[in-house]
Design a protein around this ligand. Structure first.
Ligand code: GDP
Ligand code: IMO
Ligand code: MG
Length: 440
């Protein structure tokens, strides 16, 4: 049985948490493959709302082994808090495992991220200030601390003794901030290791073992394609590869072990933080999307910037992820808008332009819109395409045509069962357990 990747096709917050939780029902392992606690994935089960930052969204299914892969950067304090929160709410976390090769977000990474952003004021990236960039930078610089190091105090001390003076020098000389003490950091890190010791393993062995056994593995991405280090609006991106290729490196599978790639997108666009966003709306439809869509950051509480769906980026996102089918979320949020616009291309300095564009061209890009009729009906109780208002069904058809791959699932509310199986469901048929449960 091959692996399935769940990947965001926009700027994050497409509803990957809902999608992963829904599809996880019939798999045995859910692996987060990149990012860190910059992510905020929401899973709604009945009146319970879970906001997950590090633990994969499959954790709510008792039969699943949730795995944090080597491509993730882990803040152990946040992970321990999240595990405690889940246990307190009655979720069994005993099977949660973390790759020993995953890099650790140390306190100096968080401080460096905050200091760099604060110094740039409004000109920064608008990061989540969780230390993501500095932790990945240390990984690339080969000066990082890995989860496995937390279990070997002597090795850990040696590595910290090498890197800490350099990071302290930047903190002090560039930002005028106090230094971190080696002894205090070492003590904290050893304590994290002691609490996580039984969870820190070779996760590639786990994933490969499951695949060899014929089990289905779901790989959950964080962020989205337009925040990808290679494919996004650099430098206004995150510091890892959310795209499906990242699932190979960060999740421990080979490209030929991936059977399906499920792209997740929502019916409009949002973006948190800085960077170009051609379809951003400052006026009334923007407020509708913000308020009705409750577009406030899961991790930072920041107001998300809202705009029309940017289909100029869609064929690119489908191609670089080799998306096999799409789950379209939040169609219900568009109800009540008199008309709906879709961006199908740009004009830069009066000349037509297509994605990808350099970031300064994208800043000046004027979206070219097609306008569609809106609808009024509340979609949240609808479970079949045939019950959708004709205008809503037509909007989904247009998105599918622009994507060039099937939109197999359409979501009309945050709960698992608020999902329409649209078909053709090629590519998600193996996850039929989940589909049957929503189709009924
Ligand atoms: P993620 O980061 O991609 O997992 O997305 P977030 O959890 O940050 O944001 C998506 C939000 O939309 C969450 O609050 C979800 O509960 C909610 N959501 C997901 N799908 C739908 C939908 O179809 N309709 C509505 N109304 N809310 C949805
Ligand atoms: P999920 O997984 C939306 C954005 C930040 C900032 C940029 C870089 O919930 O979709 P970072 O802290 O990663 O260095 O910030 O990326 N960002 C997200 N935006 N959803 C996310 O995660 C994000 N994670 C990071 O706002 O613009
Ligand atoms: Mg989110």
């Amino acid at each position: 049985m091959p692996a399935t990747v769940v990947v965001g096709l926009q700027w994050g917050d497409e509803g990957k948490g809902k999608t992963t939780d829904l599809l996880a029902r019939s798999v045995s392992l859910v692996v987060r493959y990149q990012g860190g606690d910059n992510a905020g994935h929401t899973v709604v089960v009945g009146d319970e709302v879970f906001k997950l930052h590090l633990v994969p969204s499959g954790v709510l299914h008792p039969h699943i082994t949730p795995v944090i892969g080597s491509g993730v950067v882990v803040n152990p304090r946040i992970l321990l808090d999240e595990i405690a929160m889940l246990e307190e709410r009655g979720v069994d976390t005993s099977r949660v495992r973390v790759s020993r090769a995953a890099h650790v977000i140390m306190p100096y990474h968080v401080e460096l991220d905050r200091a760099a952003e604060a110094r740039l004021d409004n000109e920064g990236i608008g990061t989540t200030r969780r230390g993501i960039g500095p932790a990945y930078a240390d990984r690339a610089w080969r000066t990082g601390i890995r989860m496995g190091d937390l279990l070997r105090p002597a090795t850990l001390r040696q590595k910290l003794a090498r890197v800490l003076p350099e990071r302290n020098a930047i903190l002090h000389e560039t930002f005028g901030l106090p230094a971190f003490e080696l002894d205090a950091i070492q003590a904290d890190a050893v304590a994290w290791g002691e609490q996580l010791t039984h969870r820190v393993v070779d996760t590639v062995g786990l994933v490969q073992g499951a695949l060899a056994n014929g089990e289905h593995v779901l790989l959950e991405g964080a962020q989205g394609t337009l925040l990808d280090l290679d494919h996004g609006t650099y430098p206004f991106v995150t510091s890892s590869n959310p795209t499906a290729g990242g699932a190979c490196n960060g999740g421990g599978v080979g490209p030929r072990q991936i059977g399906q790639v499920i792209g997740v997108m929502k019916a409009y666009s949002t973006r948190v933080g800085s960077g170009p966003f051609p379809t951003e709306l400052g006026d009334e439809p923007g407020r509708h999307l913000l308020e009705k869509g409750r577009e406030f950051g899961t991790t930072t509480g920041r107001r998300r910037r809202c705009g029309w769906f940017d289909a100029a980026t869609l064929p690119y996102a489908v191609a670089v992820n080799s998306v096999s089918s799409i789950m379209l979320n939040k169609l219900d949020i568009l109800s009540g808008l008199p008309e709906i616009k879709l961006c199908t291309g740009y004009r830069v300095d009066g000349v037509s332009a297509t994605w990808p564009l350099e970031v300064d061209d994208l800043e000046r890009a004027q979206p070219v819109y097609e306008t569609f009729a809106g609808w009024d009906a509340d979609l949240s109780g609808i479970r079949r395409m045939s019950e959708l208002p004709a205008a809503a069904a037509a909007y989904v058809d247009v998105l599918e045509e622009l994507a060039g791959v099937p939109i197999a699932l359409v979501s009309v509310g945050p709960e698992r069962n608020q999902t329409i199986v649209r078909g053709p469901v090629d590519g998600v048929r193996e996850l039929a357990g989940a589909l049957e449960s929503v189709a009924g």
